[in-house]
Design a binder for this molecule. Structure first.
Ligand code: ZN
Length: 196
């Protein structure tokens, strides 16, 4: 079955246009999830998209509501709480953080926070923070001349050896190795561009 998607609807999906939120929802056949047009999730392949006029119709076809944009209009308080914390972590991951400190700030017990966070986000708060720090470290290694030790500190690791160990574990290479690979790749791309 080919479902027709009006051009302005498709544009709204690509542009995450909230102005269309009350006009339609879209489901992605490959993921089984449906979203509001404004959802910031990855733009799907057009041929996998199905348009719905409301959430009930999407649910009847066994699509599940996206956890991110909550197209059902159901904001589960527990998920909201965790999203709030994740949001806070997105902005504060460079600071020195412990589970106790995060629990304090989010007004929950460390145990409850740990368990609930893992259930909603699929990883513990610590894993979530580590991922943010490694991501930031990668972009600093690519774009700055800062030393590995400085970068480790800048992204929130309290010790350089720990930063290097964790980086290697997650990325399969050392921070220096990562930087050299990036430089090599960039040089190669420049050469290819020059030869074009
Ligand atoms: Zn969504």
């Amino acid at each position: 079955m080919i479902s027709y998607i009006p051009n302005d609807y498709w544009k709204a999906i690509v542009d995450c246009d909230a102005a269309y939120n009350d006009q339609f929802l879209y489901a992605v056949k490959t993921t089984g999830i449906f979203c509001r047009p404004s959802c910031k999730s990855r733009v799907p392949n057009k041929e996998n998209v199905k348009i719905f006029k409301n959430a009930r119709m999407a649910l009847e076809e066994n699509f599940r509501p996206c956890k991110r944009c909550k197209p059902e209009g159901l904001n589960l308080p527990i998920e909201e709480w965790i999203e709030h914390i994740a949001d806070w972590l997105d902005h504060h991951f460079c600071e020195s953080l412990t589970l106790n400190k995060i629990a304090d700030i989010s007004h929950g017990s460390p145990y409850h926070l740990q368990r609930t966070f893992k259930r909603v986000k699929g990883m513990t708060p610590t894993e979530y923070i580590q991922r943010l720090r490694i991501d930031r470290a990668c972009s600093l290694l690519e774009s700055s001349g800062q030393s590995v030790a400085d970068i480790g500190l800048a992204v929130g690791f309290s010790s350089t050896p720990y930063f290097m160990t964790l980086f290697k574990k997650k990325m399969g290479t050392t921070p220096m190795g990562y930087r050299q690979d990036t430089i090599k790749k960039a040089t190669k791309e420049r050469e290819q561009d020059a030869n074009r």
